[in-house]
Design a protein around this ligand. Structure first.
Ligand code: NAP
Length: 271
């Protein structure tokens, strides 16, 4: 129970209008839960809010670009005064890959992934962490990727931003543990979402978003430090990380992919 609050649990969730975020909202929704759902597109957040209200949860939507640090952090600070936050799930993210005919990744794609997947996550955490540290409670969840544990050959900046998130999470965990704030890093494999629909290539062990959300909720509730799934793919990646890189490259050879342009970002790929 938040100290001045009538809810059992107040959750901030970014990327709540997308595949995994939407599934997570539904997974956590229930009586006693207050969800603040963040993404840029309010029209796509509203139906998610309607669904979770039908499940007995309460909440609000906030149309914010997580790259807009000032707006995001002002919102989170104000939200926390109304509903002290217990759990923040930094889930919003974007993908891109190589250019046409296996040419280099565009500068715009590279920048956008750094701005959303890394800076946006840092903006999210920084907007709420002071409050959690002061209350000496709460949990921060970072949604990284298996691609951050071993880079995919065709997704250079994506893999790099997810590796950065993993490192950032390990650091946060060490810093915040003495303050009673836990940190959970999650590395999903292939999950069926609009993002993965643009991923044209092998997607071994691909799983539905609702199943992924159930596994993620379990890991979050157990306050796991690090959770990578599905187990077999995560295990394979851990094994190949013990091999010389040249052998790991053979393992990754089967993961060639083309990433279609993200329709939610401008074309030409400038934003
Ligand atoms: N699907 C997979 O196979 C897979 C695997 C490993 C990791 N992941 C990670 O899981 C997370 C969710 O992925 P997903 O598959 O659910 O992707 P998705 O279907 O593309 O959804 C992405 C969500 O992020 C939001 N978003 C994008 N840019 C944003 C911005 N600048 N500010 C605020 N919100 C923004 C989108 O809403 P708006 O466009 O309205 O802003 C949407 O709600 C990502 O971090 C992704 O990297 C996914």
């Amino acid at each position: 129970m938040g100290m001045t609050d009538r809810y059992d649990r107040v959750i901030v969730l970014t990327g709540a209008s997308g595949g995994i975020g939407q599934a997570l909202a539904r997974e956590f929704a229930g009586p006693g839960t207050y969800l603040a759902l963040i993404a840029r597109d309010e029209a796509r957040l509203e139906p998610v809010m309607t669904d979770i209200r039908a499940q007995g949860a309460e909440g609000e939507v906030a149309a914010i670009d997580i790259r807009d640090r000032e707006k995001l952090q002002a919102y989170l600070a104000e939200l926390d005064t109304r509903h002290p936050v217990d759990l923040v799930i930094a889930n919003a993210g974007v993908t891109a890959g190589l250019g046409p005919n296996r040419t280099r990744e565009s500068d715009a794609d590279s920048d956008r992934q750094i701005d959303v997947n890394y800076r946006g996550v840092v903006n999210t955490v920084s907007g709420i962490v002071d409050a959690l540290q002061k209350r000496r409670r709460g949990q921060i969840v970072l949604v990284a990727s298996l691609a951050g544990m071993r880079a995919l050959p065709d997704m250079p900046s994506y893999s790099a931003t997810k590796a950065a998130i993993i490192a950032y999470g390990h650091s946060l965990r060490g810093w915040l543990k003495p303050f009673g704030v836990s940190v959970t890093i999650i590395c999903p494999g292939f999950v069926t979402t609009p993002m993965s629909a643009r991923h044209k290539g092998a997607k071994p062990f691909e799983m539905p978003a609702d199943k992924a959300a159930t596994l993620m909720r379990r890991a979050i509730e157990r306050k796991r430090a690090f959770y990578a799934f599905p187990f077999l793919l995560a295990f394979g990646i851990r094994l190949q990380n013990l091999l010389p890189p040249i052998l790991g490259d053979l393992f990754l050879g089967g993961f060639e992919a083309e990433i279609e342009d993200d329709p939610r970002y401008g074309n030409p790929k400038d934003t």
